[in-house]
Design a protein. Structure first.
Lengths: 263, 251
């Protein structure tokens, strides 16, 4: 019974998210375009699927995965777990002691990105638009590797307390350099893949990890150091997607020159 | 005939559910690995966890089915109809309204803005009373929502005009770097994160369909090269606006 009430609440808030979009679409169809919506029945059914599906998805996450993920994020960053019984007296963080945290950050970043519905949507579109030459799983795995690396590096930053902007600026320089050399068709998609990675699944878990770390690592201020993981998670997928595109391009060029030489 | 249809539908549903299961599998493996081998503590409420996982799988399968049937077609149909109508004003109005209206009420953004206000109050940058805090949080939300609106508008304009995306994005990066130098430290982390939290799960497919739809209708544009990139603007511009807001408010 309590579950039904919880689910109704989530369903209601999903409906509220959809409301502005619905209003906008209805306004433009009726007032600006003044034409009937084609395939209205199918669209309505699809819309209901999206809302109910998303609500079920979120309710399931709240029930199953978020509590566990959050508990584990706090447990893994607990000084008692990391340093053993003497953990309570540790005053300066030793970054080598946090191996499990980096591994957890990378793996949970990868896993949540694979399940991220926004990324599934963009990968689906990219596959359709490219006529199948961009595979859905290829894009999703490349993005997930970027998120994994980004979040692991982000936790390293929290542990060491180094300034956020330093990492982000180096990342930007890398992206700019890659943009110059990467195949032109992929650039827009690569930039987009940075923004879509962080939504319903990744943000709550990653935020819990960041705040958990910033409040248990000695010498860190959760208010200042807890933020920034999401920025890492949105920057590094751009680098991996551009990198992967460059790699594929390079392999193709090489194959061409080799077959030319053989002729 | 009828039995055949039911069989096909059954197979289709099974395939969707299986797809959603493989999407979820990595999370289950990671949590199981750390729970069993590293943290080594008994799993609380196993029944509830399994029930939740079933909900997630069903929900994801439904959501993807709904994308194909509802969100993608409506986004593309609107993009096509607006492009055919040929009114730049309405197209840009739609773009701005889509970005603004879906962001302003976003729960993640409301939560982040509230937290940011507490931090600013604790740092002595704004007054610690409730009124100062809520007006600061409101200002933050508005700067993000307006910036997402402008981002989608600029992105649509880019598709229409065929501007190369990397000049705009690199220009944006340079802006972010320059503003980081002069922005107060308390706003930088929030500004960098603000880019990521703005685009919700329902907005992304719609915006992607809008971009791809526009790029396929307009002659000389490729859906792949020109259709994507709207979300990139929507995650870049909020950083600039939030830092700008910080500079304005704190000085």
């Amino acid at each position: 019974m309590t579950f039904l009430i919880e689910f109704a609440g989530i369903l209601l808030s999903t409906c509220r998210d959809v409301l502005p979009i619905l209003g906008l679409i209805v306004f433009f169809q009726l007032v600006v375009l003044r034409q009937a919506i084609p395939n209205l029945g199918r669209l309505v059914v699809g819309g209901v699927y999206v809302v109910v599906g998303l609500a079920l998805f979120l309710a399931g996450l709240e029930k199953a995965l978020f509590p566990l993920g959050k508990i584990m994020a706090t447990q893994l960053s607990d000084p008692l777990f990391l340093y053993g019984p003497s953990g309570a007296e540790v005053e300066t963080a030793v970054w080598q002691a946090y191996g499990w945290v980096y591994l957890f950050a990378a793996m949970i970043g990868f896993a949540t990105t694979i399940a991220e519905p926004s990324l599934i949507a963009v990968a689906y579109k990219a596959n359709e638009v490219s006529g199948g030459s961009i595979s859905q799983w290829g894009l999703r795995i490349t993005v997930a590797v970027g998120v994994a690396f980004g979040i692991a590096l982000g936790t390293f930053r929290i542990v060491t307390g180094t300034p956020l902007y330093f990492y982000i600026m180096v990342g930007y320089v890398v992206v700019i350099a890659q943009t110059v050399f990467a195949p032109k068709q992929i650039i827009a998609l690569a930039y987009d893949s940075g923004g879509v990675t962080t939504s319903t699944v990744t943000v709550p878990l990653v935020a819990a990890l960041g705040l958990g770390l910033a409040s248990t690592v000695p010498g860190r201020n959760p208010a200042l150091d807890g933020f920034g993981l999401i920025a890492f998670a949105s920057l590094f997928p751009i680098i991996t997607v551009l990198g992967y595109a460059q790699y594929v391009h390079w392999v193709q060029e090489r194959r061409k020159t080799i077959s030319k030489e053989n002729n | 005939m009828k039995a055949y249809t039911i069989k096909t539908i059954g197979r289709l549903i099974a395939r969707k559910l299986w797809g959603a299961t493989t999407d979820l599998l990595p999370i289950v493996l990671v949590i199981a690995f750390f729970q069993l081998l590293v943290v080594r503590q008994p799993l609380p409420h196993v029944g509830e966890v399994i029930f939740g996982a079933l909900l997630v799988v069903t929900g994801l399968a439904l959501f993807i089915q709904g994308l194909e049937m509802g969100l993608f077609p409506i986004g593309e149909a609107l993009a096509t109809a607006l492009a055919r109508k040929g009114s730049l004003f309405w197209l840009l109005t739609f773009a701005f309204a889509l970005g603004f209206s879906t962001t302003v009420a976003e729960p993640a953004l409301i939560a982040v803005a509230g937290e940011a206000a507490d931090i600013a109050a604790a740092g002595g940058l704004i007054q610690a009373d409730d009124q100062a805090r809520s007006s600061y949080a409101f200002g933050l939300r508005m700067s993000v929502a307006v910036s997402v609106g402008i981002a989608i508008l600029v992105g649509v304009l880019r598709i229409l005009r065929g501007w190369p995306i990397h000049y705009l994005i690199i220009g944006g990066y340079v802006m972010v770097m320059l503003m980081t130098l002069i922005a107060p430290a308390e706003i930088i982390g929030i500004a960098y994160d603000a880019g990521g939290v703005t685009t919700s799960t329902i907005t992304v497919p719609l915006v992607a369909a809008l971009g791809v739809g526009l790029a396929s209708v307009i002659r000389g544009r490729s859906p792949l090269t020109d259709g994507f990139g709207l979300i990139a603007f929507a995650s870049l511009l909020p950083m600039i606006f939030v830092m700008g807001y910080g500079i304005l408010v704190f000085n």
